[in-house]
Design a protein around this ligand. Structure first.
Ligand code: SF4
Length: 410
């Protein structure tokens, strides 16, 4: 979108007008649900094209990288399908030039005060269930200079919170610097003027670079927050998943996190119904969730993806069982989340105000990422807050996934 804007195109994220000249759909092809959502979007715009509401429809991203031939056959009304490395060709087709000099030029799809910042692309891990390396290729880190420039450009536009993402944050640097350099990158980003929060998403547990925690402790800007997908807790499952870690090592890592950064909020994701998951494996997973009381947790049903290692195994856990297991974990987590939230009542937090909705301003603490974590609701009747500003808020009541608070008066 930044490239198109630099080419003087009138470009918007998601459809604003009744009629558009051209629509570009960026697809996801990770698991069944994401694929379905992407296909629905393609069908919706293929239909809009038939009805004369859109002139051209192009599809890019992971789904079209992975299933280009099938899509061309099944939805031929799309003008062209592009893969994940086809940006210059896509721009050319749209009548724009790919400008190499555009470092950090972005057109944000988030509110200006927070932005996702991708530090690398692709993945070298061998996780058995995962199709991402097939779609995104080998791990390629962006250089620190390029990332810092992008962060500075975002800060100049008004971004206050950077959310660092990659398929695997902790691998950062190994390809280009022959060394894990996430900690050094964080030290550099910490110095970017205007940025107040830096949040870490998608850290792989095996070989976690512990120096990252030292930077987190030293810096006021690095949120005491980590998103570390653990996927399972049974050794049998972890081995088959090729995660390169055991349950005991995972537990040691979590203990180290809490010892070095005691107030760290940990978000994780798990998979239920991986091939061969028995009741015993699932019991182990439940015990693990109960014991570690994660601040944030998401669970997915296993999705049997072709060309992955796990595809050779039998997808033997019936969908109803997968769904029941997901529901069971989420009900355990709901209680945990509620009890952790109750403990926040009476405490004050720095809150970043994301939006206004009805009678409330809605914001987040440093322990919460947008869209996936808790929100803090503040009565809008008696106080005025600006979107994108920070405010000190005292928590007055709490629900499972929401906190209610009032401004702390100076
Ligand atoms: S680290 Fe993440 S992206 Fe890479 S293979 Fe494993 S699950 Fe997939």
């Amino acid at each position: 979108m930044g490239q198109l804007r630099a080419n003087k195109f009138d470009v918007t994220h998601e459809k604003q007008e009744e009629r558009s000249e051209t629509v570009v759909i960026n697809t996801c092809g990770f698991i069944d649900n994401a694929k379905e959502e992407s296909i629905e979007a393609i069908l919706q715009y293929a239909k809009a094209k038939e009805e004369g509401l859109v002139d051209k429809v192009y599809v890019t991203g992971c789904l079209s990288e992975r299933y280009k031939e099938d899509l061309e056959k099944d939805i031929p009304n799309v003008d062209e399908y592009f893969g994940t490395h086809d940006l210059p060709r896509l721009l050319k087709t749209l009548g724009a030039d790919y400008k190499h000099e555009l470092v950090g030029e972005r057109l944000l799809t988030t509110p200006i005060h927070y932005a996702y910042l991708k530090i690398s692309e692709g993945c070298d891990r061998p996780c058995s269930f995962c199709a991402i390396p097939i779609m995104r290729g080998k791990h390629v880190s962006k250089s620190m200079e390029v990332i810092v420039k992008e962060a500075e450009a975002l800060a100049r536009e008004g971004t206050k919170e950077l959310i660092l993402i990659a398929q695997d944050l902790t691998y950062y640097g190994l390809d280009i610097y022959k060394d894990r350099r996430l900690a050094e990158l964080l030290e550099k980003l910490d110095k970017v003027e205007g940025i107040e929060w830096i949040r870490l998403h998608y850290a792989f547990p095996s070989g976690f670079p512990m120096d990252v925690l030292d930077v987190m402790v030293k810096s006021n800007k690095i949120c005491n927050y980590i998103d570390i997908p653990l996927q399972h807790a049974s050794d049998k499952m972890l081995k088959s998943m090729r995660r390169g870690i055991t349950a005991a090592k995972t537990e040691k890592l979590l203990a180290d996190f809490k010892c070095i950064v005691p107030d760290m909020a940990i978000r994780t994701t798990l998979i239920c119904g991986y091939p061969g998951e028995t009741e015993e494996d699932f019991e182990e997973l439940k015990d693990f969730v109960r014991k570690y009381r994660f601040d944030r947790l998401g669970v997915f049903t296993y999705s049997h993806e072709d060309n992955t290692h796990a595809f050779k195994l039998e997808d033997d856990v019936p969908m109803e069982v997968k769904e029941e297991r997901v529901a069971e974990i989420m009900s355990i987590q709901q209680e945990i989340s509620n009890s952790l939230n109750q403990q926040k009542i009476g405490k004050s937090f720095k809150v970043l105000i994301d939006r206004k909705e009805g009678d409330h301003f809605i914001g987040r603490t440093e322990y919460d990422s947008p869209e996936v974590d808790n929100e803090v609701l503040i009565e809008a009747k008696e106080q005025y807050l600006r979107i994108g500003d920070f405010a000190m808020v005292e928590i007055t009541s709490a629900e499972d996934y929401d906190l209610y608070g009032a401004l702390v008066k100076n």
